[in-house]
Structure formats: C-alpha cells, structure tokens
Design a protein around this ligand. Structure first.
Ligand code: NDP
Length: 313
C-alpha cells in the first residue's frame, strides 16, 4: 500500500494536558503544530470526575471540562487538532516519520511525544473473558451500570480510593481489594475511604479469578496468599474495577528511544529532551514520579519551548 506523506515542523502526539499545553505554546511560537489526539481524546482526565488540584480552578473542575478548555485554547491559537493514532515511528534521521492509523506518514522536524499511559490489568484470563461484561478499568466511565449493585475495586493507591469513593455513591456495596496490609494512597484519600460506610477494605487479599454465567457474579480471592494461614474467600459482585496503575504508551518508540524497565521514556533530567535532537517526550509517558495533570502540562510547555529553540538553531 502506498502511504501518503505530509511534512510539518512540529508534530504532537497525544491530547492530554501535556499534548494540549505543548500545542498552545507551539502555536503561539508560530510552529504551526499538528496534534493527533490518539486512542483516548483528552487523555486520562476524561475518565475522572472532579479535578480539585489543578491550579486556577478554586472550585474544582471536571476532567472532561478541563480537557475541553485546553483543547479550545490550543485551537484558538491555530493548532491543527486531528483524530488519529500514531501506529509506527521511524526516528532514524530527521525529518522524523510517524505513521498515523497505518495509512499516512507525517514527516516532522520536531516531535513531541505525549502519549500518556494506559490502565494496567492483573493478567488473569478471566479479565479478558469478562471484558465488557463486568470488568472495567474506569469507574467513572462504567460506574453508572452498577447502581445499587455490589462492586470491587482492586488497588491501594489514590486512583483505587478515588474510584471506590465514586462507586460508593452509586453502588450498594464496594469492596476495596488491597494486596498489602495498608493503603499506599494519600492520607486524605485514605480517610475518605474509611469514612464511607459502604466501602469495605479487604487488606491482604489477592484476586485469583472471577466467576459468573453471563457476566461477573463474583470474585475468588485469597487472603494472606502464600502464608501458613492463607484463606480462600469468595465475594459476590457484579462489577470488577482495576485501579492498579498504568503502563506508559511508548511501545512504538522503543526501537529508537531509551525507556526504563516499566517503559517510561527516558529524558535528560529536568528537561523533555530525549537523546535524539528535536524529539521530546512530555507528560505521563516520560514521568514515573509525579504523573499529575499540572506536571504533565508543565512538561508539555517545556517541550514546545525546546522545539522552538531547536528549530531556530
Ligand atoms: P499507584 O502506583 O500509586 O498505586 C497502584 C496500586 O495498585 C498500589 O496500591 C499497588 O499495590 C496496587 N497494585 C499494583 N499491581 C497490583 C497487582 N498486580 N495486584 C494487586 N494490586 C496491585 O497508582 P495510582 O494509579 O493509584 O496513582 C498513580 C499516581 O497518580 C500516584 O502518584 C497518585 O498519587 C496519583 N493520583 C492522584 C490523585 C489525586 O491526587 N486526586 C488521583 C489519582 C492518582 P502496592 O501498594 O502493594 O504496590
């Protein structure tokens, strides 16, 4: 198949806070950026409810609203925002080549990778078996289907607590399945969980399978797995939500860029610069530490400034 080509000065991949902030800065610097939205337009924040910690919103803002605002701001300065997914990359020499949807190649002088991260699963065959039938990695997307039902959330971090609290407002009973004897989440989130009467935290529990005829009807758990007092526990649930962290979306760049053992793109410390001149990585795809909307936005800004400087050399 003959792939069509287009040449641009600045290509941004991804439409989370990093991508849109890079687009705002790159447009204002006259780089005429083209931004491809990727698999999840608006990024991970479109699956959150309230964002209370993004500076400038004293009363909070919903994730989708914040992303819509960022998009509007990028469009206002002329960013060319397109739907499409980057499916391959060739960063062997400049101009760098990115294939979109397997059918079009964009050649670019500068590339800003803001592809973010994707929810992780436990790796149980039952997760695939019940996909779309009771298994979900996004409470705010799918919680609605579990009104007055019983659900479980797996994980002990801020995401798991946030999802459990959100689901507790809809469901009858929420089990929070935590593999350690404590929560990793911030103190404020922990307190909210403990104060919510219909959340039961199951510490030191691991999920080994799911069961049900035409969808999830329950989960097989093991308490204190591998210990002498190990105990099998079954819970009756209609929904099983994963909140155990994320995997950076860096696979198509791995032949060219260095990543850490998890897959986060390595950048030169304190900058979004990769080892390839003119190629930058910003936001969650390059951030194993902070992973916040505001830090992603900050790194997107840095990447656009770097791109502008690189082009003016
Ligand atoms: P985290 O990496 O912080 O937590 C992941 C949780 O999942 C941990 O409790 C971990 O357990 C558990 N886990 C991982 N793998 C497995 C497994 N195979 N089986 C069972 N449990 C597992 O991810 P989050 O998504 O919660 O948060 C990511 C970042 O985003 C954090 O920095 C967080 O603070 C931030 N965040 C902030 C929010 C806010 O401020 N409102 C909201 C959401 C996220 P263990 O502890 O045993 O490793």
């Amino acid at each position: 198949m003959e792939l069509t080509n287009e040449k641009v000065r600045c290509l941004i991949i991804g439409s989370g806070p990093a991508g849109y902030t890079a687009a705002i800065y790159a447009s204002r610097a006259n780089l005429s950026p083209v931004l491809y939205e990727g698999i999840q337009p608006g990024g991970q924040l479109t699956t959150t409810t309230e964002v209370e910690n993004f500076p400038g919103y004293p009363n909070g803002v919903t994730g989708p609203e914040l992303m819509e605002d960022l998009k509007k701001q990028a469009l206002r300065f002329g960013a060319d925002v397109r739907s499409g997914i980057a499916t391959a990359s060739d960063l062997s020499s400049s101009p760098y080549k990115i294939t979109i949807d397997g059918e079009k190649v964009i050649e670019t002088d500068t590339l800003i990778i803001c592809t973010g991260a994707t929810a992780k699963y436990l790796g149980l065959p039952d997760e695939a078996k019940y996909a779309g039938m009771g298994v979900s990695a996004c409470a705010t997307c799918d919680g609605f289907f579990y009104r007055k039902k019983n659900v479980a959330v797996v994980g002990g971090g801020d995401t798991a607590c946030e999802e459990a609290i959100y689901l507790a407002g809809l469901a009858k009973q929420v089990y929070l399945i935590v593999r350690k004897p404590y929560l990793r989440a911030s103190k404020v989130m922990q307190e909210r969980v403990f104060k919510t009467p219909n959340i039961q935290v199951l510490f030191e529990h691991n999920t080994i399978g799911l069961f049900g005829e035409n969808g999830v009807e329950g989960a097989h758990l093991v308490k204190r797995l591998g210990e002498p007092d190990e105990e099998k526990v079954d819970i009756a649930i209609d929904g099983f939500f994963l909140a155990i962290g994320h995997k950076p979306n860096s696979d198509i760049f791995k032949p060219w860029l260095e990543t850490d053992e998890v897959g986060y793109i390595k950048t030169i410390e304190g900058t979004p610069r990769t080892k390839i001149p003119g190629v930058f990585a910003a936001g969650d795809v390059a951030d194993p530490h902070y992973r916040q909307a505001i830090t992603a936005a900050g790194s997107g800004c840095k990447a656009a400034i770097e791109a502008e400087r690189y082009l003016s050399l």
